[in-house]
Design a protein around this ligand. Structure first.
Ligand SMILES: [Mn+2]
Length: 332
């Protein structure tokens, strides 16, 4: 049973709430977190949503996304902290840890398989398609009104994590939630466009470069592309422009595993960001675990420090082996 009573009691008992999500937020972090903030404020509570990485471009159409804070004042304390869509550990949350650590009650709501109960209240359910589905069910269970702007935020999360209701995690409950959210005023057409179709001009050109450079291995079962710093520079774009490129690789007929590697360089030195999509039975999450990352059975990611080409070679060699190996079934 979801801990609705414990969350209801926490909301009733506390006055100030700190909300945060994972680093590099996506629509299923930003959308439900904004909806929860609005819900708490409508009860007269103080609610702050902090994301040091701001709001992803695909979520910037959400009304009130300008209320997302990059940080709070050092030493500021909150009665209760909500951490959404991640495992709640210091390395994963998109905020300083002390506002979470010093809150008198912490609530973790997540659907990632690798999450463990670490807070006073934990609602972890890997069978949920999105954290947005959980926030929707929470608001309905607690009989909290869902405004059209909240509905659009929650629908954004559902859309983001289900490939706009196309991936195998699209459950009947998720479609029923989506139908209800559309009744409540969510703009499903706008959400689909913003989450999956809209690209900047530079990002569209980068997509062309990435597709042209894509490689096919393992009898066409492995499709990958490696986007170098030079490629980004030649199109005048950054890593935010490489969103979703991996899904285009996954679309190739016969592909069972798709990998998009991007060369990055920042204050921590050279590294590669790696996105993986696969058939569920190939466990993209376990593949990325080997490289210090994680995610879901069909969609996961990781990051590797070091020079780009040796990383590409290492990851692609392992992917070729991975396709020949047996992997644990996804528990249902
Ligand atoms: Mn999610």
């Amino acid at each position: 049973m979801p801990p609705f009573n414990a969350i209801r009691a926490a909301i009733a008992r506390h006055k100030s709430f700190y909300i945060t999500t994972h680093v590099g937020p996506d629509g299923d972090a930003t959308g439900p977190a904004l909806a929860l903030k609005i819900a708490l404020e409508s009860l007269g509570k103080r609610a702050v949503y902090v994301s040091r990485d701001g709001v992803p471009g695909s979520s910037r159409f959400l009304s009130r996304c300008d209320e997302v804070e990059l940080d709070v004042a050092v030493g500021e304390r909150f009665d209760c902290a909500f951490v959404l869509d991640c495992d709640g550990t210091p390395g994963r949350v998109a905020s300083r840890y002390d506002p979470i650590e010093t809150a008198s009650e912490r609530i973790l709501i997540d659907h990632h398989r690798t999450s463990q109960p670490i807070f006073e209240v934990n609602w972890l359910d890997p069978l949920k398609p999105a954290t947005a589905q959980m926030i929707y069910e929470l608001l309905v269970a607690l009989e909290m009104p869902i405004s059209s702007e909240m509905a659009t935020g929650i629908l954004t999360g559902l859309s983001c994590d289900t490939g706009h209701f196309r991936f195998s995690n699209t459950t009947p409950d998720c479609l029923r939630a989506a139908a209800h959210l559309v009744e409540l005023g969510a703009d499903i057409s706008l959400v689909a466009f913003k989450q999956f179709d809209e690209r900047s001009f530079g990002s569209n050109k980068l997509l062309g470069v990435a597709m042209t450079k894509s490689q096919s291995e393992h009898d066409g079962e492995l499709i990958y592309t490696a986007i170098s710093s030079k490629d980004f520079q030649s199109q005048g774009t950054g890593d935010e422009s490489s969103e979703n490129i991996v899904n285009f690789l996954r679309n190739v007929r016969g592909a069972r595993m798709a990998i998009c590697l991007r060369e990055r360089r920042d204050e921590t030195g050279p590294h590669a960001r790696i996105s993986v999509r696969s058939e569920e039975s190939l466990r993209a999450d376990l593949f990325c675990n080997e490289f210090g990352g994680g995610g879901h059975a069909a969609a996961a990611g990781c990051r590797q420090s070091g020079e780009f080409l040796p990383i590409v070679t290492k990851v692609i060699r392992r992917a070729n082996q991975w396709l020949d190996e047996e992997h644990p079934a996804v528990a249902n």
